[in-house]
Design a protein around this ligand. Sequence first.
Ligand code: B12
Length: 316
Amino acid sequence: MAAKKARRAPARPEEDGGGLSIGALSRATGIPVQTLRTWERRYGAPTPERKPSGHRLYPVTEIERLRAVSALLANGHRAADVLPRSASERAGLLEAAGADTPTAVPALRVGPAGEAPDFGPVLQAVRRFDRAQIVAWLHAQWSRLGPLLFLQDLAGPFLQRIGEQWSDGALEIRHEHFATACLTDVLREVREPFDRQAKGPRVIAALLSGDRHEGGLLMVSVLLAVRGFRVVYLGVDTPAAEVIGAAKEANVHAVAVSVSPSVPAAGARRGIVALRRALPRRVALWLGGSGSPDGVAGCVRFTSLTEMDEAIAARR
Ligand code: B12
């Protein structure tokens, strides 16, 4: 097992003394940048402060407000009606619509900019099989970071660190299984409220036959649900014929396939090419994961969740 080097998170110029740039606010709420600008122009909200450079700067509390606004829009309200309302009025409208009040996501990063998350305490908890502490820590990070950064900068690196610790002999296979199970449970749990509210196109999430690495797939599924897609989760080790059957029966917009590095490269390419040929042309095929083949005609391969997220935002 070749150990990977711990990745240092890049500094985030979009975060500034606790304030958020328009891009960071967009990523945290799923509301496109253009929409935020339009709302500001038309309805005077959300109103940012301006940096000396002229760039917009939003307080982190704006995330919670806008997520409630999004939920109301999904329930048929108009932006002009809900944007100026107070938090309690919005909560009342959500209750009347039978929708959950979206969970607060109050900040966007772990530790000072440029520092990788400190996994020390949670790795100790893994060694003690202390599920309560691991799950509580993961939930706290979800709340602090918001969906995209939690997935990209914390959950992914956490699994990679677990893998490195195993290959270094610092953790046993039992610890790796236990930690992975804690994280995958949390990924399912945080997705649930978004699944219930999702009204967008359907997207199948699947791994190729024989691939049992579902961390990346669960992360993609969380992001898709946060962005309003209805995820049809087929999960690990799914024969191509089943993906194709589901794509037709569920009338899906896209199939998202995560390919882990454990799938031999030639097999991964063959599997994806065959899937692409058999899927209806109107169904997009989105690929990700470090084992996913590059340059397969008719597929979009994303190198990161952020890249997929930006592509989704750009299409809206
Ligand atoms: C957990 C784990 C397992 C668990 C998986 C359990 C589960 N519920 O998922 C279990 C124990 C089953 C397992 C088994 C095996 N594993 Co394993 N496993 C891992 C480990 C530690 C973590 C994998 C993981 O979840 N990574 C984190 C995810 C988040 O990374 P990711 O998939 O790249 O996803 C990110 C992006 O790529 C992106 N992304 C992913 N998919 C998609 C899709 C789309 C559409 C988009 C937009 C983005 C996107 O989003 C993610 C977040 O950024 C890795 C170590 C490592 N460094 O990754 C080894 C690792 C992947 N395993 C490995 C191996 C060899 C195996 C086994 C063959 C071991 C064995 N001899 O039995 C088996 C194969 C099982 C099988 N049939 O698949 C190797 C693969 C190396 C290689 N090149 O072959 C690794 C790298 C460990 C190593 N260094 O040797 N494993």
